[in-house]
Design a protein around this ligand. Sequence first.
Ligand SMILES: [Zn+2]
Length: 399
Amino acid sequence: MQVCTRCIYDERIPSIVFDGQGVCNYCRQTEQFESEYPTGRAGRKILDELADKIKRDGRRRDYDVVVGVSGGCDSSYLLYLAKEELGLRPLAVHFDNTWNSRIAVENIYRVTRKLKIDLYTHVVDNREYNDIFKSFFKASVPEIDTPADLGLAATHYLGARKYGLKYIFEGHSFRTEGISPPGWFYMDARYVATIQKKFGTQPIKTLPNLWLGRWLRWTILNGIKKVRPLYYIDYDKEEVKKFLSEEFDWQWYGGHHMENRTAYFTNNFHLPRKFGIDLRFCEFSALIRNGQMSREEALEKIAEPKPFDEDILAEIKKRLGFSDDQFDRIMNAPRKTYRDYKTYKSLFERLRWFFWIMYKLELVPKSFYTKYTKKYSDEELKSLTRIFDLPVPVEKAVD
Ligand SMILES: [Zn+2]
């Protein structure tokens, strides 16, 4: 099996190609992103100019910018960056799907209190959320955490609208998280609505959904921009964790996306066991490209089973009302993808030219434009459904 000579992506990764030096297209794509989003002095200059513009635009408002927070490392640091380094007046915005870890909630309070930042939270009705969550299990698709991802995105816009703000900071960094291959995940509002209508027992009422019409209104009419400031800084996660603990008594919760139990369950149980998808491939490959992990260490670590806390599985079954039998049946049901349900995908493809303009105006992230509006050939579609050998081994976490 051919493995990239730089990262640990191999032939099993969808749409992968290797160049003459054996380097994969994802590494090359990251190089392109790196030149587009410089760090160091050039990156800082971009951030400072951006901060000046945000301050001018926010002059008559109570806040300058929405910062989405989860209690995780990236978003906690982003709050600090916005307030202390860039001199902005952030409003912290949090979406609560009622599955937060205790540590994450404490982290949010510790950081916002010390930095004297106001917090706007939207809490979804927990019975409704669990019903939607359950529908995604029944739909047999990989994206069971999509209601949370879209609810979070919509909540950021709702916070911005409420206070008339034009900017939303997101704590995403392609340098530490990597770029997940197209075909692994897809999400949009129509996808959520279709699945809930087909499998759910109640309508969507308190979950904010990112309907296309609303989204276009927020971005085009209201001119709300999403910005990813971490793209412009040399972001070393280990150093940041240390800094946050010392400065804010912030606590590490044990892994990427583990601040929330549905995200944890999705990444550590559902994706590897049902779909053979192991997100450590993306994360480790990103860290290698960024010089924060050696390729040898990554290959060694990826061969180890993925840790999993069985208590979370028990909680999921209990809260969603799944018997062991029902749950096993769902885990063994034939795998489906977004292409089995109604989504906006074909509309996004037809509007590719429009989203190119949106991306150039910085109204949508580049990753949205490249992944969501691309029409895949039949051959690519075949490779998109290719998955890892099942199951990726997982084992009980040692606390
Ligand atoms: Zn590579």
